[in-house]
Design a protein around this ligand. Sequence first.
Ligand SMILES: [Fe+2]
Ligand SMILES: [Fe+2]
Length: 144
Amino acid sequence: MNIYEEIRKDHDKQRELLDKLVKTSGDTKERDQLFKELKDELAVHSDAEERHFYKPLISNDMMQDKARHGIAEHHEIDELIEQLEETDYDSSAWLKIAKELQHKVEHHLEDEEKSYFQLSGKVFTEKEKQDLAKSYRKHMSKNL
Ligand SMILES: [Fe+2]
Ligand SMILES: [Fe+2]
């Protein structure tokens, strides 16, 4: 396994949770459970990704702007999560913000998979890609 395969697995999980979340309605147990699961999943993933994917890229001239942009998007995602937390589950605004979150996360995952993975693939050695995969997964398992 390399770092890209590990991250992609978690991205697919996020897409699945988002798909399910936007199909929920009102103040239900299902919405509450899915939201909490997604929130944890996103938070731990962003942290693991920043440490074990973006951080080693920040010092590379070709990747610095991309890494900064990716990290800035993590903050935008956090803000939408906060907005959802401040909104009542049964308010009509909740689903609107959840859909905004879905759109934002999907766009972010696509940037990472279609652009950052390819570019960083030329920066990391095969050994680094495998070592990062291990440290990324270790962080995920420890914190989720
Ligand atoms: Fe990310
Ligand atoms: Fe990611």
